[in-house]
Every structure is written in C-alpha cells, then in structure tokens.
Write a protein that binds this ligand. Structure first.
Ligand code: SF4
Length: 178
C-alpha cells in the first residue's frame, strides 16, 4: 500500500481534529478531481512501519478525535486489505476515536465489505462536477452522502451522519476529493 501524505490536526475531513492518511490509487477518475496526482497506485510513498508508527503516535493524542482515510481511494484494490487491517487495529486499540473514510464507491456496493464494521462515517460516491457545491459539509458534490455507518448497518438502510449544511459554517475549503 502506498500513500501521499499524513496530515495532523486536520479540521476539513471529519468531525473534530483528525489525522488523515492520504492513500495512493483511484480508479474513478472523476472529472474535476482536485487530486489526480493520487490516481496512480504506484505513486507516493510505501506505507511502512515508520509511517504507521507516525500515524498511531498522532492518534494517541487526547485532542485528536480520530482518523480519516482519504486519497485517492482507500478502497482501491491496492489498499483495501491493508486499510481494513489498519482500521480494525485502530478500532481495537482506540475505541474512543472515530474512523472516517472517503471513497468513490457508493454505499450499496461496499456495505458488505469487512471494513465497514470498523467505520463510524463513510463519505461515499464519486465527485460529480455538475453537482459541486462548496457549501456542503464534509463532501464536494451533492450526490455524495455522509453515512452513519453503524446506524445504517443496524437499520439496513442509509442513515446520514449529518445534514448537508451547517448553519454559519463555510466549508469552501473542504478538501474532500474522494
Ligand atoms: S474525486 Fe476522489 S474518487 Fe474521484 S477521482 Fe478524485 S480521488 Fe478518485
């Protein structure tokens, strides 16, 4: 598995202050993608033990709400197995931290994957340029959904984590791309 960056104290990709792992590899190739450099699964850096230790060290901090997997697509065939193992480890080790994941896949296609049991929130669907709206909360286009994963699994239907907009907030800089 390869990645482009680890960002800490991130406020743009989920609730609270988060650590974000930006993975390499995406097959969706959405027109208008803000991050096409991440499409190549061979790009970026090898996610080695040192990178993992850096990630976990940031997660240890009390003020960090959790981790967000983004990219690229964390569910790309080159990533899904290792991201699943990492999410499982983080959920077991830090049960109080939340796990968010951005993917170009839609919920209906991936809700039976093992990884969803470890996720709190999944932002799904490809970025659609014609549906782009910079005021949307946690997502780039209106076709995407911010899914409450555990509630959705329980009720066997999509339950949203939050409304599309937050009063008084301007998320014009939301860096959601997956
Ligand atoms: S917007 Fe996201 S899903 Fe679409 S090509 Fe870019 S990284 Fe992939």
């Amino acid at each position: 598995m390869r990645y482009h960056n680890i960002t800490k104290d991130d406020m743009l990709n989920g609730d609270g202050l988060r650590v974000v792992l930006w993975l390499a590899g995406c097959e969706h190739h959405c027109p208008g993608c803000h991050n096409p450099v991440t499409w190549n699964a061979e790009g970026g850096l090898f996610f080695d033990e040192e990178a993992k230790a850096e990630l976990l060290e940031i997660l240890e901090r009390d003020y960090i709400s959790g981790i967000t997997f983004s990219g690229g697509d964390p569910l790309h065939p080159a990533n899904i197995r290792e991201v699943t193992a990492l999410a499982a480890e983080i959920k077991a080790k830090y049960p109080g931290k939340t796990i968010w994941l951005y993917t170009g896949e839609v919920w209906e296609n991936i809700c039976k994957e093992e990884i969803v049991q470890y996720l709190d929130v999944l932002v799904d669907g490809p970025f659609a340029e014609e549906k782009k709206n910079v005021k949307l909360l946690w997502k780039g286009s209106s076709n995407q959904r911010v899914v409450d994963v555990q509630a959705s699994l329980k009720e066997n239907r999509v339950i949203l984590h939050c409304e599309d907009y937050e009063e008084g907030e301007n998320h014009a800089q939301n860096s959601e791309i997956s």
